[in-house]
Write a protein that binds this ligand. Structure first.
Ligand code: RB5
Length: 142
């Protein structure tokens, strides 16, 4: 199960990503927002982060205008490793190296086609489980 959320700046892209998840028959839970009215990105960052920490969902996707505010907010939650990605190289590397559990994107930054490829790369890439990466992730949390 994938947790997905956005503010108003990421709403339009979130709707496109949801369509893409449905085409791929990937189950998801949409934590809002549910319309383009101005709203506060930390609310949705916290809702998606909570679903991951409580193991309701395995991975998350968060979108705001730039992807910056929502990634900063999500990364305040212990155990969350939210990665702001604008390309597939970073999406792949952050799963392999950082075991990132939330993908963040900017709805005003990336187009729909690229965003869907970034989502596919993020969801389809496993963590490497390399000792050095496990050690570094532990050091983040200590
Ligand atoms: C909202 O206008 C915008 O500030 C927000 O979506 C995001 O880009 C914040 O980092």
């Amino acid at each position: 199960m994938i947790a997905i959320g956005s503010d108003h700046g990421g709403y339009a892209l979130k709707q496109e990503i949801i369509k893409h998840l449905e085409e791929r028959k990937i189950t998801y839970q949409d934590f809002g927002c549910y319309q383009e009215t101005s709203c506060d990105y930390p609310v949705y960052a916290k809702a998606v982060a909570k679903a991951i920490i409580e193991k309701e969902c395995e991975l998350g996707i968060l979108i705001c205008g730039t992807g910056i505010g929502i990634s900063i907010a999500a990364n305040k939650i212990p155990g969350i490793r939210a990665a702001l990605c604008t390309d597939c190289f970073c999406a792949e590397a952050t799963r392999q190296h950082n075991d990132a559990n939330i993908l963040c994107m900017g709805g005003r930054v990336v187009g729909v086609g690229l965003a869907c490829k970034i989502v596919d790369t993020f969801l389809d890439t496993p963590f490497s489980n390399d000792e050095r990466h496990i050690r570094r992730i532990r050091l983040i949390e200590d």
